[in-house]
Design a protein around this ligand. Structure first.
Ligand SMILES: NC(=O)c1ccc[n+]([C@@H]2O[C@H](COP(=O)([O-])OP(=O)(O)OC[C@H]3O[C@@H](n4cnc5c(N)ncnc54)[C@H](OP(=O)(O)O)[C@@H]3O)[C@@H](O)[C@H]2O)c1
Length: 260
């Protein structure tokens, strides 16, 4: 299927590892031009250099929680391309957050982590999409938004809010022809989980460690997902081929979701 992404300009935040890196790879294979950012630009450049179509990628340092930095990212896109066809709000993470251990500051930090990047994109990147033919925003989220976990109370609540915000953006931006969708993840083997595994220090292999968590969380497929099992859906949602899909969320979760 031709996804009609040849020559399109897409911003992917957090492209130095995991799902962001896999998405940059998938988009450039479709002929798209990608601008990607992270806070550690050396790590970002090292990761992007390894891609087959690295010449289609522009890298820059940007902390997506800071409005001024996202504004500078938007200026870079405007100067280099003049238009923007898609945004993937991918950069971020999650933290263990049992209710009794969360301070008020922790709550504020978690809410900022989930909301600020998307609001900054809405303020600074969306205006560049005004003249695009089939503009689309994809927000990375988690099944936790609909199915909270006891050890991830703050993250779950913040993700539920982000899902709600994404729906509001879809309704508001539909007037401008911009589609907004969410991809809700289960457990995907990326830098995030590798860091947790290293911190665990139990002596188990990563396969043993992840299989135990998969069993504990009741993942129907019995394993973590891979980043390249998420990036095709993101690519599809950015494509004009998905032109009648907006305001929805799609799970990529191996059956960890227990709702219908
Ligand atoms: N993997 C999972 O199981 C899972 C589950 C649910 C949701 N998610 C969500 O999916 C998204 C991608 O996760 P991943 O697993 O691929 O994570 P990852 O491998 O840890 O990659 C995260 C990327 O985001 C960048 N980043 C983090 N904070 C940033 C900031 N403030 N500004 C700019 N860049 C930032 C990181 O680079 P720097 O650190 O150098 O900035 C890195 O490039 C995240 O939003 C995550 O919360 C993941």
């Amino acid at each position: 299927m031709d996804l009609k992404l040849e020559g399109k300009v897409v911003v992917v935040t957090g492209g130095s590892s995991g799902i962001g890196l896999a998405t940059v790879d998938a988009l450039t294979r479709e002929g798209a031009r990608v601008v990607t950012c992270s806070r550690d630009v050396d790590k970002l450049d090292a990761a992007i250099t390894g891609l087959e179509h690295a010449d289609q990628v522009t890298t820059t340092r940007c902390n997506v929680r800071e409005g001024a930095e996202v504004k500078a990212l938007a200026q870079l896109v405007a100067e280099k391309f003049g238009v923007l066809d898609g945004v993937v709000n991918n950069a971020g993470g999650s933290r263990m957050s049992p209710l009794e251990k969360m301070t008020t500051e922790d709550w504020h930090d978690e809410l900022d982590l989930k909301f600020a990047p998307v609001l900054n994109a809405a303020h600074h990147l969306v205006p560049l999409m005004a003249d695009a033919e089939a503009p689309s925003m994809v927000n990375l989220n988690a099944v936790l938004a609909k199915q909270p976990e006891p050890k991830l109370v703050a993250t779950s609540a913040a993700r539920a809010g982000l899902l709600n915000l994404s729906k509001s953006l879809a309704t508001r931006l539909a007037d401008d022809g911009i589609r907004v969708n969410s991809v809700c993840l289960g457990l995907v083997d990326t830098g995030q989980w590798q860091r947790r595994y290293e911190a665990d220090g139990s002596g188990a292999t990563f396969e043993e460690y992840s299989a135990e968590i998969a069993a504990d969380r009741g993942i129907a497929l019995g394993r973590f997902g891979r980043a390249d099992e998420v990036s095709p859906l993101i690519t599809f949602l950015l494509s004009p081929v998905s032109s009648y899909i907006t305001g929805t969320s799609i799970d990529v979760a191996g059956g960890v979701n227990r709702y219908v």
